[in-house]
Design a protein around this ligand. Sequence first.
Ligand code: SF4
Ligand code: SF4
Length: 248
Amino acid sequence: MAEGNLEAPTRHPIDWKNPEYYNEDKSLNELERIFDICHGCRRCVSLCGSFPTLFDLVDATESGEVEGVDKKDYWKVVDQCYLCDLCYMTKCPYVPPHPWNVDFPHTMLQAKAIKFKKGGVTGGEKFLSSTDVHGQFAGIPIVTQVANAVNKTKPARAVMESLIGVDKDAWLPDLATKKFRHGTPKSKDFAIKDGVKTPGKVAIYATCYVNYNEPGIGLDLLKLLDHNEVPYVLVDKESCCGMPKLEL
Ligand code: SF4
Ligand code: SF4
């Protein structure tokens, strides 16, 4: 068998409509199979929290093998994956069509879906991932300032840690005193110039973080577009892209 893939990577469709997709025993077996391959490889150790968590769990066992890890601890590895796809896209030589068929992110996604379906996601986690809900407090005079000040106090951080699991020492972004979408300058009436590979105009989907926390990033982008005489619009009816929900 080849050490790594010589073929272009392929991806199996996610079979999320099939009830078997949510079979926890099968998922745990697949996690064990993939964890065992990763333990022997360890190439992805620096990419995110999932891999060091897995390798620490393995190294703490008497046998030094994945079989010694309590399956309940698999969820610690799953929780650390934020589905960036980096391991699949840039590191792993064993992705399909390699016979080992390692798709670490899709395996994490399936485990997360199972956890969600069986009610393993707390109300606090759901609230935290609803960035478009708590972002609504941005830009409201006094409310924003009060929320930002409270978020910096030790008692509030202790309550936050116990209620929704946000580490009391973790850095929290401030809410913006003015949302990006409020009062954003309109694009000047530049003519659309087709670039070699671009349509010469931009539709901006700002994201929650830029809208509610760091509007300066968006405003800088507008200045760059303006400087380069590229017309832009902010997309209508912008709402949550759902990305934070993928981390549940
Ligand atoms: S997809 Fe998950 S496991 Fe892979 S590098 Fe990204 S966060 Fe880590
Ligand atoms: S995902 Fe692939 S490259 Fe990364 S540790 Fe596992 S087997 Fe190795």
